[in-house]
Ligand binder design. Structure first.
Ligand code: CMP
Length: 328
């Protein structure tokens, strides 16, 4: 994770949901100890609710459908909205993964993941409860009613890097290994390849080396905006959380004082000016049609955008001339 993504980056916000799936303490998962009971992962072939269609991401992965209420689905989607693991997933893939999630109720002291376990089974999203992540006896992270864990062993096919134990009762949403790898890991790989290809064609990055582009790709997150949605508002102050954007699909319209000053096409950028000058946002930038952008955090922008500084300086000069001529 080249941009220093931490467990917090992966954290989900306030998961909700109210499935009534039974938790059976007498039913330990095969690779778990007695103290960590879990409802077994979905049976891909035998469940009546499992359909056999392949997913769009990985043809050989069957879709698993664990029935959920609309409220539960919406709540799960809200809770994973800020997780980079899910960012950029196509709507269909996201729906597939939400369908496949199953719940696990935990009690204080339950060991959900055991450090060193080579049979990593699930990825977990916290709906409620507190959890501690331990390496040996040392706590390396504490989760408080939000967050996700268990992705590393599934992404890199390595043993579990830490133990995760419930420090209160709570509820988790689980994604089984096959679904996680088939949708999230494959999706990330596909997106990464597409992203590097896209960056290569963008005027801003075309003079950079493959290595420079790869580092930049590590720090980009796809965001999707509906038609008319304001991505940047003129006059907003910038801070450490402010971002720089590149249009990946669709278009972005920029206005100053309500007057249109620019349409940013695919491959174009916006949101750089205030990050450079540390002044308020100079224009309002809105999606035209459903639009996808690559967003880069301010920290990465400052570290990585040096090589394209001249391009930014030239566009700042153009904006200045245009704004003077339009008196906006
Ligand atoms: N005429 C313009 N003047 C200033 N900014 C513009 C103009 N047209 C497009 N923009 C973009 O709108 C963005 C708004 O946020 P920033 O000020 O960070 O950076 C700005 C530019 O990238």
């Amino acid at each position: 994770m080249g941009c220093g993504a931490s467990s917090e980056d992966m954290a989900v916000q306030t998961p909700v949901g109210s499935s009534s799936t039974a938790y059976r303490p007498s039913e330990p998962a095969p690779e778990m100890s007695e103290e960590e009971p879990i409802r077994p992962p979905p049976q891909r072939k035998r469940r009546a609710s499992v359909s056999a269609e392949p997913t769009s991401s990985l043809k050989s992965v069957e879709k698993v459908v664990i029935p959920k209420t609309d409220e539960e689905k919406a709540a799960i989607k809200a809770s994973i909205a800020n997780s980079f693991l899910f960012a950029g997933l196509e709507d269909e893939a996201l729906a597939d993964i939400v369908n496949a999630m199953f719940e696990r109720v935990v009690y204080e002291g339950d060991v959900v993941i055991q450090e060193g376990d080579i049979m990593a089974d699930n990825f977990y999203i916290i709906e409620s409860g507190t959890f501690t992540a331990l390496k040996g006896d040392r706590e390396v992270f504490a989760y408080d009613n939000k967050g996700t864990f268990g992705e590393l062993a599934l992404m890199y096919n390595c043993p579990r890097a830490a133990t995760v134990r419930a420090t209160s009762g709570g509820k988790l949403w689980c994604v089984d290994r096959v679904t996680f790898q088939g949708i999230i890991v494959v999706g990330m790989r596909e997106r990464r390849e597409k992203q590097e290809q896209t960056l290569r064609t963008m005027p801003l990055f075309k003079e950079l080396s493959d290595e420079e582009r790869a580092v930049i790709a590590d720090c980009l997150v796809s965001e999707t905006y509906d038609d008319g949605k304001v991505i940047i508002a003129q006059g907003d102050n910038v801070d450490a959380t402010s971002k720089f954007y590149i249009v990946e699909a669709g278009e972005v319209v920029c206005t100053r004082g309500g007057q249109e000053v620019k349409t940013v096409p695919i491959g174009g950028f916006f949101g750089e000016l205030a990050l450079i000058t540390d002044e308020a946002r100079a224009a309002t930038c809105q999606a035209k049609g459903r639009t996808r952008v690559f967003a880069m955090g301010r920290d990465a922008f400052e570290r990585l955008m040096g090589p394209v500084k001249e391009i930014f300086e030239a566009s700042a000069e153009e904006y200045k001339k245009l704004n003077e001529s339009l008196a906006v």
